[in-house]
Design a protein around this ligand. Structure first.
Ligand SMILES: [Ca+2]
Length: 541
């Protein structure tokens, strides 16, 4: 069969030769066998001559028909194939030219070259690979080829790469690839962060853990947390949040897949509470005060702790001199007793604070009334020290007032003010040879800030003394009021009832009769406002 086909080929080639005419003579110069030379020129051997090379029609891509130089196919030129007993040569160069290779990955890429005694369509037409442990495929390329994505199995993967030529000859090369799959990550160690911690009792500490595989590469894991001593610290089994329970030490453990990592946790005593406020100082307000006898002053105290912060306290009040001022021991209300100074003390335990209190007598001089609009109520309850003087006394023998001056000391207390009549009601008190005496009098306000008064009253002194008088306080004689009164003997003073003329200075017509009247006499009372306590006790009663 093969011989018959070859014979047919020869016939075709003879026909070709006849068409070319002189081809044989020309081409035959360099080769004993011209026909093989034609093949040779196309199928890989050195051409015998340039004419043959340029004149022989090109072989089409399939290698089954010829066409002439003009591109015309000749049906008679049947497909021919050269005799090719020579297999291709296969060489693996990638990943190594060595026959063995150790892969680190399950996917292998290979490459290499293939050659044949023919090139072109009659040369290497296909390269394939096959793995002894499974899998096969076709490589890309022919004389330079490659393949990727070859799956390796665990063990010795014998990769056989086969090059096939047009004639079906094959050449192979093998690469034995040892492949050991990397072991699966296995949780090997666990580290806990922070490795150690110290927290006060009652506070918390967050722990975290990280798992690592056999190659110390971090891997994910789910941890279970525990505390070796839950009396010292508890820990949330899933979150890793520890809470200090009591002073001590405990080991915190994170566990996953039988592997554990630990950290130490120390719980310290709870933070001490802020220092208790201790009463350290007491201040009294006002620090100084001045009051009059009989009035009061309220003191307050403030307690402060060691940080000078106010704190509450209960105070006990006292006065260094109760003769000067008394004080309510709980309320701090002081009352002036007598003129002087006293130290007021507020004490709480062993701590105390003081203030100074001065007690003085009341001011003896109230402000004077405003002229013309006098409100003499300011004098009510006020004391005056008065001096009663007789301007002159009546001489019975001579029936006249002698020019005699003698004084009598007394005290006067205003009891009321009658603004309608402008009269001060008063009581005059004195002590004479007849003993103590007192009488109400009316002080008729005249005018002015000098407080001119007319005192027109009838006084009944102790004993049989009975006289009426007119007087003035701090005023000059006012004759219209002074000439009226009943004067009797009082302690050696001679007073007499007079029938004075109100206007004897102004009434010229009554001058004659006036002179017939007993001479007028009057008592002048001068007074000075004094503090009540200056009134002798036996006068005040
Ligand atoms: Ca071959």
């Amino acid at each position: 069969m093969r011989i018959a086909k070859k014979s047919k080929t020869w016939i075709v080639l003879l026909t070709v030769f006849s068409v070319l005419g002189v081809f044989g003579m020309i081409c035959g110069a360099g080769a004993s066998n011209n026909f093989p030379g034609i093949y040779n020129s196309y199928f890989g051997t050195t051409p015998n001559c340039s004419l043959c090379h340029s004149s022989i029609p090109a072989l089409n891509s399939t290698g089954t028909t010829f066409s002439n130089a003009g591109g015309n196919t000749t049906a008679g030129w049947a497909a021919i194939k050269p005799a090719d007993p020579t297999p291709p040569t296969m060489t693996i160069t990638t990943p190594t030219s060595s026959p063995t290779y150790t892969a680190s990955s399950s996917s292998l890429s290979i490459g290499g070259t293939a050659s044949d005694n023919f090139t072109g369509p009659f040369g290497v037409t296909q390269v394939t690979w096959a793995n002894s442990l499974g899998g096969a495929g076709t490589c890309s390329g022919t004389t330079s080829w490659s393949a990727s994505g070859i799956s390796l199995s665990s063990g010795q993967n014998v990769i056989t790469v086969t090059a096939r030529d047009q004639a079906g000859n094959t050449g192979t090369d093998t690469l034995t690839v040892a492949y050991t799959p990397a072991p699966a990550p296995v949780l090997t160690t666990i580290t806990v962060t922070p490795p150690s911690a110290s927290i006060p009792q009652g506070s918390t500490q967050q722990f975290s853990a990280q798992a690592f595989d056999q190659n110390n590469n971090p891997i994910s894991a789910t941890f279970s947390w525990s505390s070796s001593s839950t009396a010292v610290a508890t820990i949330n089994s899933s979150s890793g949040l520890a809470t200090g329970v009591a002073p001590g030490s405990t080991t915190i453990t994170a566990t996953s897949e039988g592997i554990s990592g630990t950290a130490s946790l120390t719980v310290t005593a709870p933070a001490p509470p802020p220092p208790t406020p201790v009463l350290t100082s007491i201040t009294v307000a006002p620090a100084t005060a001045s009051i009059v006898v009989g009035s009061t002053q309220l003191f307050t105290a403030t307690a402060r702790d060691q940080n000078n912060n106010p704190i509450s306290a209960t105070f006990s009040w006292s006065s260094s001199s109760t003769a000067v001022a008394t004080i309510n021991s709980s309320s701090g209300l002081a009352a002036g007793v007598a003129a002087g100074s006293a130290t007021i003390t507020a004490a709480s335990g062993t701590i105390s604070g003081t203030a100074s209190l001065t007690v003085r007598v009341a001011s003896p001089e109230p402000p004077p009334p405003i002229p013309g609009t006098a409100d003499l109520s300011i004098w009510v309850d006020k004391w005056f020290k008065v001096k009663i003087q007789n301007k002159g006394y009546y001489n019975e023998e001579e029936n006249r007032l002698s020019d005699h001056r003698q004084g009598l000391s007394a005290f006067l207390k205003v009891t009321a003010w009658d603004p309608d009549n402008k009269v001060l009601q008063a009581t005059i008190l004195g002590k004479g040879e007849e003993g103590k005496w007192s009488e109400p009098i009316l002080l008729h306000y005249i005018s002015g800030t000098n407080l001119k008064f007319l005192c027109w009253s009838q006084m009944t002194l102790a004993g049989d003394a009975n006289f009426g008088f007119t007087a003035q306080i701090r005023g000059s004689k006012r004759r219209g009021g002074l000439t009226r009164g009943t004067f009797t003997s009082v302690g050696g003073y001679h007073v007499e009832t007079t029938e004075g003329d109100d206007d004897d200075d102004e009434d010229e017509d009554g001058e004659e009769s006036s002179k017939k009247q007993p001479p007028a006499g009057w008592l002048k009372i001068t007074g000075k406002l004094i503090a009540g306590e200056k009134v002798p006790a036996d006068i005040k009663e």
